[in-house]
Design a binder for this molecule. Structure first.
Ligand code: KG4
Ligand code: ZN
Length: 428
């Protein structure tokens, strides 16, 4: 009890300090640690322009994370809550949609209540409710939308439907000054996109994924290596497990094929890397006589070599993206690349992409890892950006529906191919 009071007091002091820092810096970082400690009255104080702060509640259920968060119009996170299903799905060997749906249904109400409680706000104090409606698993998306509909019905608040990948792309604007237009590389469990973000709802698609997403390749490779059987990987996603093991591995130990080197596009393909990993694991397991539930002793080297192959492919596409943008004048002189999505929480990939940025005189901005993987914060912030632009909400929430698949922005992938851009040497 004493300990918890002590914690509360020291946290409050800490929160106070953080809040002061936030007020001093306009449009600054997400004060993540502030979450639980703002009071309702504080939330209602005027912001620096003398207006009442606007607040949006965001709901995320597109895949296997049930997330909810309240953010204000300066990008401060007032409260957030997340229930991750990763452990369950790793145990089942992949995401089983009805199980994901049931877990969302079980947790959505408590996750939303917790986010509101942590923010010390009631529904009535909010300005809008944002919810992911596309793309994602249909059964999962439906749970979030149904819950959001119920909340807007009881509160009378506007409903803002959110494109999950657009939200990933714009999360960085919550933390740093990132002006439109900028280049975005999104790598997640379901997608891989290279896009130019020109405005909150205006994207140009330079490249998309032709088969497996990078997250799928990470997850399937981790599963084939049975990494979940290692205590150090317990509770981790396939991607996070591979990143952990790769730290002690040699990225040049195994040779992976280079992907789509002859195609002058910015599209992605990870099935070749995944298949190569499977073959390498099979050969190594036989060579080292590995028992069915054991992890192959050369796992660290396989993980490191796999990561290098993924990085190499991402980097080659990104190189062409930079050259195409230069050719067409799509980016300002002071360029920014945002890298986001679950796979972008990988520190090795970030460091490699940083090198590509340096070679192209570009600033790299990555949200912190917990904001790269799915969360309610990015949905709330995307709702806020739409609200601040004076739009985005649906007049009749009952007509809003989910879309399991949907494009991102205007597709100019063919224009990239037509430009026939040859790539210079890549130094990683
Ligand atoms: O964005 P996200 O949370 O969900 C989707 O929108 O798909 O991405 C989930 C994906 C999973 O495939 C997971 O294995 C991968 O992100 N991931 C990682 C890392 N952490 C999560 N991949 C590589 N390295 C990581 N550290
Ligand atoms: Zn995602």
């Amino acid at each position: 009890m004493l300990l918890s009071i002590f914690r509360r007091v020291s946290y409050c002091k800490y929160a106070q300090l953080k809040r002061q820092r936030h007020l001093a810096a306009r449009k600054t970082a997400a004060n993540y640690d502030l979450n639980a400690f703002s009071s309702a009255s504080e939330n209602n104080v005027a912001n620096e322009e003398g207006r009442r702060r606007r607040l949006v509640l965001g709901l995320e259920t597109s895949c296997d994370d049930t997330g909810a968060a309240v953010v204000d119009d300066s990008g401060t996170i007032l409260g957030d809550a997340l229930n991750s299903q990763t452990k369950t799905h790793v145990e089942h060997g992949g995401i089983i949609p009805p199980i994901a749906r049931d877990l969302h249904q079980k947790h959505i109400d408590s996750v939303v209540q917790l986010a509101l409680e942590r923010a010390s706000v009631s529904l009535q104090e909010l300005d809008a409710i944002a919810v992911t409606v596309k793309p994602g698993l249909a059964l999962s998306l439906k749970v979030g939308l149904q819950h959001a509909r119920m909340l807007v019905k009881t509160s009378g608040l506007p409903l803002i439907p959110i494109h999950h990948m657009e939200a990933h792309a714009l999360t960085a604007r919550m933390m740093e000054r990132v002006e439109f237009p900028f280049l975005v590389l999104l790598a997640s469990g379901g997608h891989c996109f290279l896009t130019v973000a020109r405005d909150v709802s205006d994207f140009l698609l330079l490249g998309t994924c032709l088969d497996d997403s990078p997250g799928e390749a990470f997850d399937k490779t981790a599963r084939q290596m049975k990494l979940k059987n290692l205590p150090s990987c317990s509770g981790l996603s396939g991607g996070a497990s591979i990143e952990l093991l790769a730290r002690d591995g040699n990225p040049k130990a195994f040779q992976f094929p280079q992907i789509m080197t002859k195609l002058p596009d910015c599209n992605f393909s990870f099935s070749g890397i995944k298949t190569a990993a499977r073959k390498i694991i099979d050969v190594e397991e036989k060579r080292l006589n590995v028992s069915p539930s054991a992890v192959v002793p050369s796992a660290a080297d396989i993980c490191a070599s796999f990561q290098y192959a993924v990085l190499h492919h991402l980097a080659r596409r990104l190189q062409r993206g930079f050259l195409f943008c230069e050719l067409k004048g799509l980016l300002p002189k002071e360029k920014t690349l945002v890298v986001s999505g679950g796979v972008a929480s990988n520190a090795y990939l970030r460091a490699g992409l940083q090198k590509v940025c340096e070679q192209n005189s570009c600033r790299l901005v990555c949200p912190p890892p917990h904001l790269c993987t799915d969360n309610g914060i990015m949905i709330a912030w995307n709702g806020m950006e739409k609200l601040l632009q004076g739009g985005g909400h649906e007049e009749n929430p009952e007509t809003v529906d989910i879309e399991a698949t949907c494009p991102l922005g205007r597709d100019i992938c063919q224009e990239v191919i037509d430009a026939g851009i040859k790539l210079p040497r890549l130094k990683l």
